[in-house]
Design a protein around this ligand. Sequence first.
Ligand SMILES: NC(=O)c1ccc[n+]([C@@H]2O[C@H](COP(=O)([O-])OP(=O)(O)OC[C@H]3O[C@@H](n4cnc5c(N)ncnc54)[C@H](OP(=O)(O)O)[C@@H]3O)[C@@H](O)[C@H]2O)c1
Length: 259
Amino acid sequence: MASTIVLVSGGNRGIGLEIVKALLESNTSSDGMPYHIHLGSRDLKKGQDLAANLPVAHGNTVSAIQLDITSPQSVDNAVATVEAESGRLDVLINNAGVNDDSIADEATKMSTLYDINVIGTSRITDAFKAKLLLTQPTDQKKEKRIIHVTSSMGSIASRLNPGFEFYQMPYTAYRCTKAALGMLTACHAYDLKDEGVKVHAFDPGWVATEFGGGDPVVTRKLGAVDPRVPGLACRDVVEGKRDNERGVIVSINRDTYPW
Ligand SMILES: NC(=O)c1ccc[n+]([C@@H]2O[C@H](COP(=O)([O-])OP(=O)(O)OC[C@H]3O[C@@H](n4cnc5c(N)ncnc54)[C@H](OP(=O)(O)O)[C@@H]3O)[C@@H](O)[C@H]2O)c1
């Protein structure tokens, strides 16, 4: 019987790595079959070193794959590798994303962030959805999913809500990219509705990682959660536990945000 084949972009650190770990320790996949995780990493060696040492359980497996979502060549190579190694993809987790507040010029910042958070995510989704997400294993029907890791900061409806926890924060360019990712989520859900592919926008909460040049030791003291929290919450999405929450951003602690 076929494993569930998953690809996590930016799987080499932070939230992506915790999503990989949460899946590797799972025995609760929706069809009871193990996972094979393709751990996406821009630096292949880093990904391979991690994959060789991650704890696995319940028959789950992991392998590293070189993946830079801004590079059409890297994305094409990743499609070819997944096709050769696994024959298809069942779950695409678009976790890779950036914020860079060190870029002073707003237009340059917009362009840099859009290139990764929106255009890169669109590129990799199109590359995989055409060939692999729509392919079924011969012996079993698999649930197919796309999960875009977004942010509540991309919620347009929350932007002018003084009660929203990130009301005071600036980050206009980052917010715009994640708002655009909300539209991408809705469009992918529309495009793939007849194929039965489930599409979610997932917000990991405020997480103690190196995101945007942050220091996890400092942000943890200020209230950011351990990356294991969104790792497990994203696994819930993969395993169908948030399927009744549609047309919203699904978050940790069973929260949701409006688009
Ligand atoms: N941390 C938070 O509080 C927070 C809150 C809301 C949403 N998010 C979202 O969660 C996701 C993961 O964030 P994180 O906190 O885990 O950040 P992180 O620790 O900075 O990790 C970002 C990951 O994305 C990868 N990446 C960056 N550019 C890439 C590219 N062009 N192609 C492929 N991979 C690329 C990085 O690879 P390298 O190691 O090679 O740089 C790294 O693996 C992002 O989409 C972010 O917007 C984070």
